[in-house]
Design a binder for this molecule. Structure first.
Ligand code: TRP
Length: 372
């Protein structure tokens, strides 16, 4: 490559990065604006969010997304909470013990304060009309748009060279159906999820243009970027079940203490909050800060010369105290599984009503209504 060509290529990458940076800036600014509106009048918003039922939820989920959902719900924002059971098979051979995992997930939801009177909890597999939206939506995207979708790419890379399934390739379209079946206009996401939301916006616009003569059947949803803390596992890596480094909501106080004993720290006895140079110590201080509502640096100053042992003792007590009422509710719910089933049954019924109304509008827009 001539030096001129390489300079041109570099300029192009740089300008792409600059574009990404600018659109991120815009998304951050817009999220702040939306947050303000939610605080004064949340009535114009419907949130859709959800999880794949792959196991018990942990402190990372709780601090990263669950507590934010409870906060939005308590502000009065109407929330649809999806148990994304079909999405579990995007990158694995079978769904695993899916029944018990779905029940565990809903148990965790209710334990942390999701209120089924205000938040609709439902599952993919129980809402046929939602899944049917996949068909017209798939006609609105090209295979190359899907192949270059960053979330598809990163899931594919994480799957360790397995051939890509058709469901993995098209899962952003399925997510578009999740969001649009209920006309949600707000989706809480992390920065890395912005591209998949962008595809949902594209699908909504294309549907309205191509199939509905410009009528706004679907709103283009917006991202609500979270400012939540991203806590790491006990080994200083991403907190995840497969790494066995989690503190689960379902653990007992003793199991929590045991996990925290294993936590990696460093050899400097004097505890300080320095995320760049002491990431593991800083992570424990951050966890303590989140669950106590205190500044991690103040907690560090209080522990002072207490060393890793003093730090772990502080974090264990703080986490256990914060989770105690959640764990108590969790045990109650475990003792009455019919409550959990009833919540899902009612949520599914409500999601089906909403989905049927939307599918009727879609059929009508596409002139696929053949009899009265
Ligand atoms: N992808 C999410 C997860 O990995 C779950 C999910 C499915 C979702 N559909 C969605 C989240 C639509 C937000 C919007 O757990």
């Amino acid at each position: 490559m001539s030096s001129e060509a390489s300079t041109a290529a570099e300029t192009e990458t740089l300008s792409t990065e600059a574009t990404v940076g600018r659109s991120l800036e815009r998304a951050v600014a817009r999220s702040a604006e939306i947050e303000q509106q939610l605080g004064t009048d949340p009535s114009g918003y419907r949130v859709l969010t959800g999880d794949r039922p792959t196991g018990r939820l942990h402190l990372g989920h709780y601090l990263g997304t669950l507590s934010n959902r409870v906060r939005l719900q308590n502000l009065g924002v109407e929330t649809m909470l999806l148990v994304a059971d079909y999405q579990v098979i995007t990158d694995r051979d079978d769904a695993g013990p899916i029944g018990s995992r779905v029940r565990e997930l809903i148990t965790d939801y209710l334990a942390v304060g999701i209120d089924p009177e205000r938040t609709t909890i439902f599952a993919h597999s129980a809402v046929p009309a939602l899944n049917q939206l996949m068909l017209p939506f798939l006609s609105l995207v090209t295979d190359s748009e899907l192949r270059r979708n960053p979330t598809v790419k990163s899931e594919y890379e994480a799957s360790g060279g397995r051939p890509m399934s058709g469901l993995l390739l098209t899962y952003p379209v399925h997510q578009a159906a999740d969001i649009l079946f209920c006309k949600a206009n707000l989706v809480p996401v992390g920065k890395d999820q912005l591209p998949h939301l962008e595809l949902t916006r594209v699908i909504a616009r294309r549907f309205n243009e191509r199939f509905a003569g410009g009528r706004q059947i679907f709103p283009a949803p917006e991202a609500l970027l979270s400012s939540a803390a991203n806590v790491l596992g006990m080994d200083g890596e991403k907190m995840s079940k497969s790494r066995h480094n989690t503190i689960d909501l379902a653990m007992t106080a003793d199991e929590t203490a045991k996990q925290l004993k294993r936590a990696v720290t460093d050899s400097d006895r004097f505890i300080t909050y320095e995320p760049a140079s002491r990431p593991e110590v800083a992570n424990l201080l951050l966890i303590a800060g989140e669950v106590t509502g205190r500044d991690p640096a103040d907690i560090a100053a209080e522990i002072g010369n207490g060393g890793g042992g003093g730090l772990k003792k502080f974090v264990t007590e703080a986490v256990n105290e914060h989770l105690a009422p959640i764990r108590a509710r969790r045990r109650e719910l475990e003792a009455s599984p019919e409550v959990v089933e009833e919540v899902l049954a009612r949520g599914n019924a409500r999601a089906n009503e909403i989905a049927a109304t939307t599918l009727d509008q879609v059929r009508e827009a596409m002139e696929m209504v053949y009899s009265a």
